[in-house]
Design a protein around this ligand. Structure first.
Ligand SMILES: C=CC1=C(C)c2cc3[nH]c(cc4nc(cc5[nH]c(cc1n2)c(C)c5CCC(=O)O)C(CCC(=O)O)=C4C)c(C)c3C=C
Ligand SMILES: [Fe+2]
Ligand SMILES: [Fe+2]
Length: 337
């Protein structure tokens, strides 16, 4: 009997933490027109001339800090998620894992599904909130590749799952062991995005960044907005945990370059909270489904140190969905729906 294909796609990670592999990774990643959305000539100068040569050795050092015996945590957990999903879905399904950048490539995973004679494909980008730079890029590449096939099977896409009930429950459950009530403030720190990219996703052309607090609430007008979906995820986790609005802040990390990114920046929020005398912060990172450089280094090491220098005491990360069985259930529901 023909199987149904499922393609899980995460962002990608270097093949090794060595500078040469980080260079290849950053080059492919940042040359993506959806990630640095400026004209190709300028992007090439910026990425190949400045960012990649200067950033690769620095980023290589950071990857070496988080690289475990299982390699990159992002890849390690993505492989486990795909394996557990295959076990959960059984023989009727053929699950493949791909990375948008580096390996295993989307092209190789699609070819495996084709060779497996699947009679349909469900594509699930592993990003809870939609952004053109993440899910959009995955979906575009899948469509480009499949469009060249002689026989195009029925193919469907998950665009986002920012309000997924199981995901919300896992984040809330994962935080319980830290006793959230013992912290002075809670942060929901999302991966940042240039403001320009938010505005481009606004189909009305007149809402995102044009109205005050435009995307602090999720509604029909901003339903495709990364920031609105992030605020929505945060409010659902907060509601599940019974955290009052004044006790948490949604913020955005990992800014690259000088242009404005979605605000407030996590580093600014750390400064404000330290100035208010807050000592202990609990930080969720719900833009990712697996721990990665941004959670294990930027939050756990950099923000922790930065906050201590500002007079704070502790920044505690709530771990990601990783190998949680409930997330595998969530993926299974997305795969079969
Ligand atoms: C213009 C630059 C970037 C945009 C836009 C961007 C969007 C974006 N990224 C993720 C998820 C991840 N990004 C990760 C690392 C990372 N991101 C950027 C730049 C942009 N990201 C860089 C340069 C890097 C590499 C590290 C560094 O040099 O700082 C990761 C971690 C990967 C890992 O191997 O652990 C993830 C995951 C999303 C979801 C997103 C859009 C919303
Ligand atoms: Fe990123
Ligand atoms: Fe918005």
């Amino acid at each position: 009997m023909a199987k149904k294909g499922v393609l899980l796609v995460n962002l990608g990670t270097p093949d090794s933490p060595e500078t040469k592999d980080v260079r290849k990774y950053l080059d492919q990643f940042l040359m993506d027109e959806r990630v640095i959305d400026i004209p190709k000539f300028n992007r090439t100068l910026l990425v190949k001339g400045i960012i990649v040569p200067f950033r690769s050795p620095k980023t290589s050092k950071l990857y070496k800090e988080i690289w475990g015996e299982n390699g990159s945590p992002l890849f390690h957990y993505s492989k486990i998620q795909a394996k557990l999903l295959q076990e959960k879905l059984g023989d009727e399904y053929h699950v493949e894992l791909a990375m948008r950048y580096q390996n295993p490539s989307i092209e190789s995973a699609l070819l495996k599904l084709k060779a497996g004679l699947v009679d349909s494909i469900k594509v699930i980008p592993l990003f809870p909130q939609y952004a053109s730079a993440s899910s959009g890029s995955v979906l575009q590449l899948v469509m480009e590749l499949v469009s060249k096939w002689q026989t195009i099977p029925p193919i469907s896409f998950v665009s986002s799952f920012h309000d997924n009930e199981q995901m919300i429950e896992i984040f809330a459950e994962n935080s319980a062991k830290y006793q959230p009530e013992t912290f002075d403030h809670i942060l929901f720190s999302f991966h940042g995005l240039p403001e320009r990219q938010l505005a481009k996703c606004d189909h009305t052309g007149n809402y995102c960044l044009k109205q005050k607090d435009c995307c602090h609430t999720y509604n029909d007008t901003n339903k495709f907005c990364y920031s609105a979906q992030g605020h929505h995820t945060a409010s659902l986790i907060a509601a599940k945990m019974g955290i009052a609005k004044e006790n948490y802040t949604v913020c955005f990390q990992s800014r690259l370059g000088k242009e404005p990114w979605v605000q407030p920046y996590t580093t600014d929020v750390l400064k404000k909270l330290a100035a208010e005398g807050k000592k202990r912060l609990l930080v969720f990172s719900p833009a990712f489904v697996a721990d990665c450089l941004e959670t294990l280094y930027e939050i756990t090491v950099e923000y922790h140190e930065e906050f201590k220098e500002l007079g704070g005491e502790h920044v505690q990360l709530v771990e990601s969905l990783n190998d949680h069985p409930k997330f595998v259930e969530a993926l299974a529901e997305m795969a079969v729906s």
